[in-house]
Design a binder for this molecule. Structure first.
Ligand code: ADP
Ligand code: MG
Length: 480
């Protein structure tokens, strides 16, 4: 397949649905919290009862504008809502309220790892309910399905990219950055596994150098970043095979099966006219004043790209900066620590080292541990003042995460403060030399690399508390 790949150029555009974290639904007062008893969040509006009217949730609009600004979009002065008709048991009204030709955000872009990806538009719409396929093993073995309408009417922002991506890796990078952004600006959980962020990938191939895009297939049902990449890779090979055999790719919607590692045809792709869009008669077109936009812009928090750049300007490597930004909890914690004036270098070593390892092992978020920014800053200051060694710091940080104790308390209680008193170190160093005459002779005969052995023994004797620099100097004095 590899050399065949060289003949073709891949074109990818993503449609990403982000569930907005509003308290109530986009056109109804019922709550949007995940995990409630099925059909408990279902007002007559959500159920599509006759005679009810939708009322637009202003917070959903605020979040739409904020996201648009974060994605460098224009926010037109006017947008409107439209009905998109289709029949499915999880859609009681028989139509979805969406935005067709006048969306809330247009003409944006995102710079992802040096590549600019255009964003065609982002529009507000309501989510559908959920079908629970009962029976043996989900879809395949179902004899009947249950409908849960709690999710129906949850606000979504659908973010549509230009067909600007040229590899599965670029698509993944774009999706990851989009996820970072919606999380940092607080509009969406960005949880692919739970479906609060969902992605449809449009993929086509064309001969290298061609100006004309090939026919695309749309892949649904990818619920992790790695699945997105796998699905795209599979789909590229499938399309190349069809074209190489003289066939034609058909425009259709395909479902990714991550267990079978393949896509399967789901349905022919609807065209816009199949949905019979028309303006939603129950909602006025929405006027968005420039003052409104500026009010929202003023609330924009620091975006992931700016955060990475700031961390790098503090001396972090690009890798470390990216890893921290990927984990929002850690980044916000790090920011608190920086605000309190701690050395970024030492803080990062703890965060990327012992803290990250502990979080991984316990599957906790940093804010679920008992470590506070103040306590980490105190620990760092003890190291900087040479009260304790870096090694002792590494030993006690886990306890600080577990029980919330302060570094100075642990040091005091366990007598961990660093021994810099040369007299005390000299005594121990002499003891170590006396106990290892063979090594002393070898050292004196030129095996100077044994110095490390002696340092290690002294550290062992002092349980890591001796000041390493002083130990080195004193041992050399004794041995040389
Ligand atoms: P629809 O709403 O019917 O799915 P759109 O025209 O809105 O169609 O496009 C959906 C997505 O498909 C966009 O992200 C766009 O970038 C992408 N796309 C369009 N044409 C192609 C193509 N030939 N190959 C790959 N992606 C494409
Ligand atoms: Mg689509």
């Amino acid at each position: 397949m590899e050399d065949l790949r060289d003949k073709y150029e891949v074109v990818i555009g993503l449609e990403v649905h982000a569930q907005l974290k509003t308290k109530s639904k986009i056109f109804a007062p019922d709550g949007c919290e995940f995990g409630k008893e099925p059909n408990s969040e279902t007002s007559p509006i959500t159920l599509g009862m006759p005679g009810v009217l939708p009322v637009l949730n202003k917070e959903a609009v605020n979040m739409g504008i904020l996201t648009g600004l974060a994605l460098n979009c224009e926010i037109p002065e006017r947008c409107k809502f439209d009905r998109k008709q289709y029949f499915y048991p999880d859609l009681p009204k028989g139509y979805q309220i969406s935005q067709y030709d006048e969306p809330i955000c247009v003409n944006g872009y995102l710079n992802v790892k040096g590549k600019r990806i255009g964003i065609t538009r982002a529009h507000l719409e309501e989510d559908a309910g959920k079908l629970v396929h009962a029976g043996a093993d989900g879809l395949a073995g179902s004899s009947y399905s249950l409908v849960d309408l709690n999710r129906a009417g949850t606000p979504l922002l659908e973010i549509v990219s230009e067909p600007d991506m040229r590899s599965s890796e670029e698509a993944r990078n774009y999706m990851e950055e989009l996820r970072n952004i919606v999380r940092y600006i607080g509009v969406c959980d960005g949880n692919l596994e739970e479906g609060s962020m969902r992605c449809d990938a449009n993929i086509s191939i064309m001969p290298k150098g061609s100006k004309e895009f090939g026919t695309r297939a749309e892949i649904k049902n990818v619920n992790s970043f790695s699945a997105l990449q796998r699905a795209i890779e599979y789909e590229i090979d499938r399309q190349i095979e069809i074209v190489e055999e003289g066939g034609k790719v058909v425009q259709e919607t395909r479902l990714w099966d991550d267990n079978a590692r393949e896509t399967k045809s789901m349905r022919g792709k609807e065209d816009a006219h199949d949905y019979r869009y028309f303006p939603e008669p129950d909602l006025m077109p929405l006027k968005i004043s420039r003052e409104w936009v500026e009010e929202i812009r003023a609330k924009m928090p620091e975006l992931p790209q700016a955060k990475r750049e700031r961390y790098m300007s503090l001396g972090l490597s690009e890798y470390d900066a990216s890893v921290i930004v990927e984990q929002m909890g850690l980044a916000l914690f790090f920011d608190e620590v920086l605000k309190l004036g701690a050395s970024p270098k030492i803080a990062v070593n703890f965060i990327m080292g012992e803290i990250a390892a502990y979080l991984k092992e316990t599957k906790l978020e940093i804010n679920e541990t008992k470590l506070t920014p103040d306590n980490l800053v105190e620990l760092i200051s003890l190291i900087e003042k040479n009260t304790i060694s870096n090694n002792i710091g590494k030993q006690i940080i886990v306890d600080m995460m577990k029980d919330g104790s302060k570094a100075s308390e642990i040091v005091e209680k366990r007598g961990l403060s660093q021994i810099s008193d040369t007299g005390a170190i000299k005594e121990i160093a002499q003891k170590v030399c006396d106990a290892n005459p063979a090594q002393v002779t070898a050292y004196k005969n030129g095996k100077v690399q044994l110095l490390g052995f002696f340092v290690g023994q002294v550290m062992k004797e002092t349980k890591g508390r001796a000041n390493p620099k002083a130990v080195n100097e004193i041992l050399k004095e004794i041995l040389d």
